[in-house]
Design a protein around this ligand. Structure first.
Ligand code: C2O
Ligand code: CU
Ligand code: CU
Length: 474
């Protein structure tokens, strides 16, 4: 190449470079001018997804009708790749079913999957036939149409499949959703209740992904699912924009197996207002909330007083969600002094007492020494009688932690933990109670609906592998 050609090439290259540099400066300037709302602190987070509120198909205020379609699909969690998932009326998770106390509800559950499923209403007090347990399988292409009247206090409940041996996988791939029950008390209490704005559902799950984007079931040493990525409402690395006002979070630990302790990065105080079965008697000031799989808590955080513009919701030591607080400040929020009246369940003078010994071996486990058997009824319970159930965790081989013990068809009251009264946040109605190794929990329980129901460990791998029993209420 001659010297002149070389010089010319250099000149052209230099020119091109300066044009490019100028163009990028102009571009940056223009975007800085025209996108004043784009925030640099947002990094590459994703806006928190808010599940749809499912449309009630029945105009009659005393009736509700919902359609849920279990289906497979693809979900974009990671940006660059798609993930095969399962969902209701969508590709991952399902819509919120909002029901008023007293309403007669009919739900059409259509199975558009190519394998059987069931749909259980976790925390809802309905007859065994409507409960959606392992006996109410829905074959591919078929529908199940349960109908019941909801008669229990305002609460945040949830729904998920319960097919024997397949619950863990079906939930892991995305089949879960929330149920809100509202009543006169929840109407009258002056609590944040604008859905998606200051009343925010948080379905928290741990998941793992393969390189190609597919969901990976990675298990801990104990054989139960232990994901390395936390999702809220199916959002990886979520952020949430809120106004400077009181915000209510309805938190569900929908993980297969992981316990979670929630708090805020600035260690700020908040109120816990509800547990599994509805409102606590009075708001409790707390700095953290522990939830085992299946458990729920409703909390209220008052952002009207904060001077911060950012805070993170934490799980353990990791930031789970960035919360950006806008500059508007609402008037100060007054939390109600009391929320509801919690009447102790009526106690018979010689209540029937049953003992449930939990023991696990890695992925499997037993209750009272027995693996689950669909054809065996473990307990017979009289309708309407209050009983005392004592749940004991005897430990076991390769057992890392406790078991969340869940009972279908009821909301119970915890009487004692290791002989002592339960802490205040466990004095409301519960349907799932965490029993650590070596501990013993006594609950007062009453069944007002007849039929066949399940009790089990809500670590889904344990539930699928033996740690479940069934009882007949009549
Ligand atoms: Cu959340 Cu037997 O269920
Ligand atoms: Cu349940
Ligand atoms: Cu367990």
């Amino acid at each position: 190449m001659s010297r002149i050609v070389k010089q010319r090439t250099w000149l052209i290259l230099a020119l091109l470079a300066s044009v490019l540099a100028l163009a990028s400066i102009i571009f940056l300037l223009v975007s800085w001018l025209y996108l004043p709302h784009a925030r640099s602190d947002r990094q590459n987070g994703n806006e928190l997804k808010i599940p749809d509120m499912l449309q009630d198909q029945n105009a009659d205020p005393d009736m509700a009708e919902f359609v849920l379609e279990a289906q497979s699909g693809q979900t974009n969690f990671l940006g660059s790749v798609m993930t095969d998932t399962l969902g209701y009326n969508g590709s991952y998770l399902g819509p919120v079913l909002r029901i008023r106390r007293g309403e007669k509800v009919t739900i059409h559950v259509n199975n558009r999957l190519d394998f059987p499923t069931t749909l259980h209403w976790h925390g809802l007090v309905v007859d065994g036939e409507q409960d959606g347990g392992p006996h109410q399988g829905i074959q591919p292409g078929e529908s199940w149409n349960p109908s019941f009247t909801v008669d229990q206090p305002a609460a945040t409940l949830w729904y998920h499949p319960h097919l024997l041996g397949d619950t863990a996988d079906q939930v892991y791939y995305g089949l879960s959703g929330l149920i809100y029950i509202e009543d006169e008390i929840s109407d009258q209490l002056n609590l944040p209740q604008t859905y998606g704005q200051n009343d925010i559902p948080l379905i928290v799950q741990d998941r793992s992904f393969n390189r190609d984007g597919s969901l990976a079931i990675r298990t801990s040493m104990m054989g139960v699912a232990a994901g390395d990525t936390l999702l809220i409402n199916g959002t990886v690395n979520p952020y949430l924009d809120v106004a400077g006002e009181a915000v209510r979070f309805r938190i569900l630990n929908a993980s297969n197996a992981q316990n979670m302790t929630f708090r805020f990065s600035d260690n700020s105080r908040f109120w816990q207002i509800a547990s599994d079965g509805g409102f606590l008697a009075a708001p409790l000031i707390r700095r953290s909330v522990f939830l085992a799989p299946g458990e729920r808590a409703e909390i209220i955080v008052d952002f009207s007083k904060t001077t911060r513009s950012d805070v993170a919701l934490m799980v353990g030591k990791s930031a789970l969600m960035a919360i950006h607080i806008s500059d508007e400040r609402a008037d100060t929020f007054d939390i109600p002094e009391s929320l509801t009246q919690i009447e102790p369940l009526p106690e018979d003078h010689a209540p029937n007492t049953r003992i449930f010994d939990l023991q696990s071996m890695g992925i499997s486990g037993t209750i009272n020494g027995q693996f689950f058997d669909m054809n065996r009824i473990d307990e017979e319970v009289r309708l309407g009688e209050t009983e005392i159930w004592i749940i004991r965790n005897r430990g076991g081989m390769m057992q890392a932690g406790g078991h969340p013990f869940h009972v279908h068809g009821t909301q119970f009251q915890i009487i004692s933990r290791n002989g002592r009264p339960p802490p205040p946040h466990e004095q409301g109605f519960k349907d799932t109670v965490f029993v650590p190794i070596g501990e013993e929990v006594a609950i007062r329980v009453r069944f007002t609906h007849a039929g066949l129901f399940m009790y089990h460990c809500h670590i889904l791998e344990h539930e699928d592998n033996g740690m479940m029993g069934q009882f007949q209420v009549s």
